[in-house]
Design a protein around this ligand. Structure first.
Ligand code: ADP
Ligand code: ASP
Ligand code: MG
Length: 803
C-alpha cells in the first residue's frame, strides 16, 4: 500500500518574497519522509486585497487601478527573478497574459461602473494561481518532480453568503480524473468552481479551508497550516503581548476561537477535519522547530479556558416591545427573515426579559438587518407592540473559549469581573449553546484593553506586578540593577512575575508595554526623548490589564509623597524608602492608611528605618502580638553612626561628614542627617508604629549643624572617661521622644558599632532584662535597595495570598 498523503498549507505571510518561497520549499522537502505530499498555497501576502481593491477602483473609475495592477505584476516578476527559475520565461509569459486578461476585464468594469460578484471572485483568485505556479516552478528548479493543480478543475462548491458547501462526490471524481501522476503536488488555495463551472472562491482567508478539503479528498491523516506565528495563541499576539501558544485544542475550540476572530485559522477549516478525523497542526514558517498547536478531536480539560478572541466592526440591534412577551415564534420569525436575506447573525444575546431581543451583525449587514426587521414586524410596529428597533454601531464581540468551561465553577464570574475591573461596560452577553464559549458585546475602542484584562485574569499569575520606579539615584539605580539579576529566576522558580514597565527621574522617563529589559536602562533612559510626566507615568504603570501595579518612590522628595493617597485610591500599591510621608502630619498619616485599607492596597516602607534591617517588621510583630514596649533606643542613622564611629581623634567632624557624603551614606542633603531631622523622622515613624499619636514637634532634637567645636569638646571629655559619643534616638515608656548625643562606656553594645551600623534595642515586657537587639549596616545603596526589593517580594506574596 502506498503511504497516505500529507498536506501542507502556506499562508500569504509565509510567501511574501523569493526568500520566503525558498524557506517554504525547504520546509516541505525537509518534513517529508517518503510519503506523497500536497502543498496548498495562498496568494503572496496582500495580493488578494490589492486585486479586490483594483476591481473596486475600476468600478469607481479611478485610473489608479492600473498602477495597482502594475505594482502587483512587478512584485511577482521580481519574485520570479529572485527565485532564479529554470523556466522563468514561460512563467513570466503566463503571468503577463493573466494580468492582461484582468486589465481587459477591469476595462469592462470601468465602462459599466459595475463590479459584479462574479468578476470579484474571478479576479481575486489570481493571487493563488500565481503564487502556486511560482512554488511549483521553484520546486522543479530544485530537481523535484512537482506537479501543479488548479483547484478550479477539481473542487466544486456551492457558494453561500459567508462560506461554501463542498460537493464532495463530484470533487472526488474530478480529483481522480485530474490528479497528476506525482507524489509532490502544488495546489491553489482559496479558489474553486461552481457546479456550472464558474470561477469562485472559498471566501476571505479560505485557503485554510482549501487545505483541509484537499486533505479530506486525498485521504490525508493530517494537515499542517504554516503561518507566521508559533501556533494558535491564547489571544491575538499583536494585541495581547502576554499571549501564549496553546499546545492542544479540540476542533470545536479551534472553530469557536476562529469564528470569534482568531484570524490564524479559518473557522470552516475544521468541518472537513472533523468528518475525516484529520489532525490539524498550526506551525510557524519562521520557526519550523517550534512545536505548534495540534487540533484534534479532544483537548486537555484541565485547562478550562483556552483562548480569547474579538470580532470587530459589529453592530448591535435591539428589538424591544411589550408585544413580544409570550408570543411564541417571534425569535423564529425574526431570525428566519434575516436568514432569508443572508444577514449573518454573529451572536444572539439572552435577554433577561421577553421584552427584547438583542443580536449582533457585521457592520456591512447593519442597514439590511434593520430594514428587514422593520419590514418583518411592520404590523407589530404599527400597532405599537414593538416600540423600538435600535442600532448601536462601533461594537465588538469578545469571546472566551474552552471545552472545560461548564465543568469549572466561577469562570463567568472571573470573565466579567476582569472586564469590570478594567472599567469596561458590557452591552450584551451570550453563552454559546455549546457551552464552550461566553461572549460579550463591548465598545470597539476598548477591545484591546478588554482582551488584555480577561487574558491576564486567566493566564497571568496573581503575582504579576506592573512596576514603576520613580527616582534613579543611588537607591533607585541599585534596585534596578538588583532586579535585573533576579527577575528571571523569581519568575521561573517562585511564579513571581516582576515587570518593570516604567522608570522615571525628574527629567526623562522610559515606558514599556510588556516590560523593560533592564540591560541598558541607564543609557536607554538618558537617551530617551520622552520628558518626565508623572501623570502619564502613573497611568502607564497602572495598566488595567495587569493584575497589580506598584510604584516605588526611590526619591527623598516630600512633594511626591503628597500623591500617595491618590495613587492608593487609584488602586496602586506603594513601596518606598522615602520617610517624608510617614513622618508628616498625623492627619495625613491616618488618611493614607485609611485609603490603603479602603482600596485594599499595600503601603510598604520597611526601609524607612534601618535601611534593609528588619526594624519596622520587628516592632510591628511585637506590638501586634500584645507585647508592651517599655523603651526603644537606638543608633538610627547610618550616616551619624558612620560619622561617630569614624571619629578616632585623628580627624575632624567635618572631614568625616564629607567622607560619608562621598560614600553615598548621607541623605542627598547631608544637613538632613546633621540636623537630627532624619533621626527624628525615624523616631516618629517607630512611635506611630507603636500606636503613639505624635507629631514631629514632639521630638526633642539636638542638631549638629554648626556645632563642630562643641562636638570636639564633648568627644574629648568622653575620651578622657574612656567613653564614646553616639547619636541616639530614644522613645521611653512615657512616650517621650528625643534624639541627641549620648556618651557610652566602651563595653556598651552601642559603643561597639562599626561603619554605618544601626542598632536598635527594644525593651519590652517580654524582652525586659535582656532587650531584643537588631543590629547591622543601616545605610548605603546596596542594603537599602535590597530592603526595598524585599518589600516588593513581600507585596508579591501578600497579593498571591489574595488569589
Ligand atoms: P496566513 O497568511 O498565514 O494565513 P493570517 O494573517 O491569516 O496568516 O493569520 C496569522 C495571523 O493571525 C497572525 O499573524 C496573528 O497576528 C493573527 N492572529 C489573530 N489571533 C490569533 C491567535 N489567537 N493566535 C495566533 N494568531 C492570531
Ligand atoms: N488569499 C486569500 C485571502 O487573502 C485566501 C487566504 O489567504 O487564505 O483571503
Ligand atoms: Mg489566513
Amino acid at each position: 500500500m502506498t503511504p497516505a498523503w500529507t498536506v501542507h498549507k502556506f499562508g500569504g505571510t509565509s510567501l511574501a518574497d523569493a526568500y520566503r518561497y525558498r524557506a517554504a520549499a525547504e520546509i516541505v522537502l525537509s518534513q517529508r519522509s517518503g510519503e506523497p505530499v500536497a502543498v496548498v498555497v495562498s496568494a503572496m501576502s496582500g495580493v488578494t486585497n490589492a486585486l479586490i481593491e483594483s476591481v473596486n477602483l475600476a468600478a469607481a473609475q479611478h485610473a489608479s487601478y492600473l498602477e495597482k495592477l502594475q505594482a502587483l505584476q512587478d512584485r511577482h516578476l521580481e519574485t520570479i527573478a529572485g527565485l532564479q527559475l529554470q523556466n522563468a520565461q514561460t512563467l513570466t509569459e503566463t503571468l503577463v497574459a493573466d494580468f492582461n486578461a484582468i486589465k481587459e476585464v477591469l476595462r469592462g468594469v470601468w465602462i459599466t461602473k459595475l463590479a459584479s460578484e462574479r468578476i470579484i471572485e474571478f479576479v481575486s483568485g489570481h493571487g493563488e494561481l500565481w503564487s502556486s505556479q511560482l512554488l511549483h516552478a521553484y520546486l522543479e528548479s530544485q530537481g523535484q518532480r512537482s506537479a501543479w493543480l488548479d483547484a478550479r478543475k477539481v473542487l466544486v462548491v456551492e457558494p453561500q453568503t459567508n462560506s461554501v458547501a463542498v460537493d464532495w462526490q463530484i470533487s472526488k471524481q474530478k480529483l481522480q480524473a485530474h490528479q497528476p501522476e506525482t507524489d509532490l503536488l502544488v495546489i491553489t488555495g482559496y479558489i474553486a468552481s461552481t457546479r456550472d463551472g464558474v470561477a469562485t472562491t472559498l471566501k476571505r482567508n479560505g485557503s485554510d479551508l482549501s487545505a483541509s478539503i484537499f486533505a479530506a479528498l486525498l485521504g490525508a491523516p493530517s494537515v499542517t497550516i504554516w503561518t507566521d506565528v508559533d501556533g494558535v495563541f491564547s489571544a491575538d499576539p499583536r494585541r495581547v503581548p502576554d499571549a501564549v501558544v496553546i499546545p492542544e485544542l479540540s476542533y470545536q475550540e479551534a472553530a469557536e476561537l476562529a469564528y470569534f476572530g482568531a484570524k490564524v485559522i479559518h473557522p470552516n477549516t475544521m468541518s472537513p477535519a472533523i468528518a475525516n478525523d484529520i489532525t490539524v497542526w498550526i506551525k510557524n514558517t519562521f520557526r519550523p522547530e517550534a512545536r505548534g498547536t495540534r487540533i484534534s478531536a479532544s483537548s486537555p480539560k484541565d485547562v478550562p479556558i483556552k483562548g480569547f478572541a474579538a470580532v470587530e466592526d459589529m453592530v448591535l440591534i435591539n428589538v424591544e416591545g411589550t408585544g413580544m412577551i409570550g408570543i411564541p415564534g417571534v425569535a423564529h420569525k425574526l431570525f428566519g427573515a434575516l436568514r432569508a436575506v443572508d444577514v449573518s447573525v454573529v451572536m444572539i444575546s439572552q435577554a433577561s426579559s421577553e421584552h427584547s431581543i438583542c443580536f449582533a451583525v457585521p457592520l456591512t449587514h447593519a442597514e439590511l438587518a434593520k430594514q428587514t426587521v422593520e419590514e418583518t414586524f411592520a404590523v407589530e410596529i404599527q400597532r405599537g407592540e414593538i416600540q423600538t428597533v435600535d442600532l448601536t454601531a462601533g461594537c465588538c464581540i469578545i469571546a472566551m473559549v474552552g471545552d472545560g468551561m461548564i465543568e469549572t465553577l466561577g469562570i463567568a464570574g472571573k470573565f466579567f469581573s476582569a472586564l469590570g475591573k478594567a472599567g469596561i461596560s458590557v452591552r450584551a452577553i451570550a453563552q454559546g449553546s455549546s457551552e464552550r464559549n461566553i461572549s460579550a458585546v463591548i465598545e470597539q475602542h476598548e477591545a484591546t484593553k478588554a482582551l488584555r484584562a480577561i487574558h491576564s485574569a486567566f493566564y497571568l499569575s496573581n503575582q504579576t506586578l506592573s512596576i514603576g520606579v520613580i527616582g534613579t539615584g543611588l537607591i533607585g539605580g541599585t534596585l534596578l540593577d538588583q532586579l535585573r539579576t533576579r527577575i528571571e529566576e523569581l519568575k521561573r522558580h517562585r511564579g513571581i512575575d516582576l515587570r518593570v514597565r516604567g522608570i522615571t527621574n525628574s527629567r526623562q522617563m522610559i515606558l514599556a508595554d510588556r516590560h523593560l529589559t533592564l540591560e541598558g536602562w541607564r543609557d536607554e533612559l538618558s537617551a530617551s526623548s520622552r520628558k518626565a510626566d508623572l501623570e502619564d507615568f502613573i497611568n502607564h504603570v497602572n495598566a488595567a490589564h495587569l493584575p497589580h501595579a506598584v510604584l516605588i518612590d526611590a526619591t527623598a522628595s516630600a512633594e511626591l509623597t503628597e500623591h500617595y493617597e491618590s495613587w492608593l485610591a487609584k488602586g496602586i500599591n506603594i513601596i518606598t524608602p522615602n520617610k517624608k510621608s510617614n513622618a508628616g502630619p498625623l492627619s495625613a498619616y491616618r488618611r493614607l492608611r485609611e485609603t490603603a485599607r479602603q482600596h485594599q492596597r499595600y503601603f510598604l516602607y520597611e526601609t524607612n528605618v534601618g535601611a534593609g534591617l528588619p526594624i519596622i517588621q520587628t516592632l510591628r510583630g511585637l506590638v501586634e502580638t500584645g507585647d508592651q514596649i517599655i523603651k526603644i533606643e537606638g543608633v538610627l542613622s547610618g550616616t551619624l553612626s558612620y560619622i561617630f564611629n569614624s571619629l578616632d581623634g585623628g580627624n575632624t567632624f567635618s572631614e568625616v561628614v564629607h567622607e560619608a557624603h562621598s560614600l553615598g551614606l548621607t541623605e542627598p542633603d547631608p544637613r538632613e542627617d546633621l540636623s537630627g531631622m532624619d533621626v527624628a523622622r525615624k523616631l516618629i515613624i517607630l512611635a506611630r508604629e507603636m500606636g503613639l499619636e505624635v507629631e514631629m514637634d514632639a521630638v526633642q532634637v539636638e542638631s549638629l549643624v554648626g556645632e563642630d567645636s562643641r562636638i570636639a569638646a564633648l568627644l574629648n571629655s568622653a575620651r578622657e572617661r574612656s567613653e564614646v559619643i553616639r547619636y541616639v534616638g530614644t522613645i521611653d515608656s512615657n512616650g517621650n521622644l528625643s534624639a541627641g548625643m549620648r556618651s557610652y562606656p566602651l563595653d556598651h553594645p552601642f559603643a561597639r558599632l562599626t561603619g554605618s551600623d544601626n542598632i536598635v534595642s527594644f525593651q519590652t515586657a517580654r524582652y525586659n532584662s535582656q532587650p531584643m537587639i537588631v543590629r547591622g549596616p543601616g545605610a548605603g545603596p546596596e542594603v537599602t535597595a535590597a530592603g526595598v526589593f524585599a518589600d516588593l517580594l513581600r507585596l508579591a506574596s501578600f497579593l498571591g495570598a489574595h488569589q
